[in-house]
Design a protein around this ligand. Structure first.
Ligand code: C5J
Length: 225
């Protein structure tokens, strides 16, 4: 048994277990200057700042031969997987499927929907499209994790309070032990990030744990290096 120093208390990795890194929605439209997120008036520099930290985590998981899953929030070009309630949201300015600065917004296959070039999935890593905010809704994620007998999930990506937190809550309800890597996740609204992490670790870790990238790498190298 190994541990990662974490809040609200150490995160235990039982011997024989293999944690999986879930990188949520590091897609160009959310993170890159000139994308949809910036067109909506968001300061994307907050999000681009975490890219090297997410890359460090990916490098660590790859070096230790641990599994990695990447998600993209994406819909089919005909929008048949986008519920009307989701399609209506966001005001009149730019809706899902409209033409944005990097192609149609949140549509699979468009340039803006690709993962950032520096964080691209390798051929042996699972890359899934998800039509919801959570990574489990209408995806093959649970079957994939079940087949690999994975019980421990580490989360990175954007945005902390939307897709990362939703995915973590979905995972928690399915019985996974979840940890959010606090400097490998970000929000356009720093106060929402802080609040989301506080909610996750409150009440003795009601949703899970949080730790820094440094703490995670130190724990993983000890356990699997
Ligand atoms: C994500 C969003 N990825 N904010 N999506 O958080 O709509």
């Amino acid at each position: 048994m190994f541990t990662i120093a974490a809040s609200p208390y150490p995160y235990v990795l039982p011997s024989g277990s293999k944690p999986c890194l879930i990188v949520i929605d590091m897609q160009r439209d959310f993170v890159e200057a000139g994308g949809f997120g910036e067109a909506l008036g968001n300061d994307v520099s907050l999000l681009t700042a975490i890219v090297p930290t997410v890359k460090r985590l990916l490098d660590c998981f790859r070096a230790l031969n641990l599994p990695i899953v990447h998600t993209r929030e994406a819909h089919k070009p005909d929008l048949s997987d986008c519920p009307p309630a989701k399609l209506k949201r966001g005001g009149a300015s730019m809706k899902i499927g409209d033409l944005g600065p990097m192609g149609r917004i949140l549509i699979d296959g468009e340039v803006g929907n690709e993962l950032l070039p520096e964080l691209r999935a390798l051929p042996d890593e699972l890359e899934i499209t998800k039509p919801g905010k959570g990574a489990f809704y209408a995806t093959a994620l649970q079957d994939y994790l079940h087949d690999l007998e994975i019980t421990h999930l580490l989360f990175a990506g954007v945005t902390t309070e939307v897709c990362v937190q939703t995915s973590m809550r979905e995972a928690n309800d399915r019985g996974y032990e979840c940890l959010i890597v606090e400097d490998a996740t970000e929000s356009y609204f720093p106060e929402f990030k802080q609040a989301a992490i506080a909610m996750i670790i409150a009440q003795g870790g009601i949703v899970g744990w949080s730790a820094s990238c440094e703490q995670v790498i130190a724990g993983l190298e000890q356990a699997y290096g």
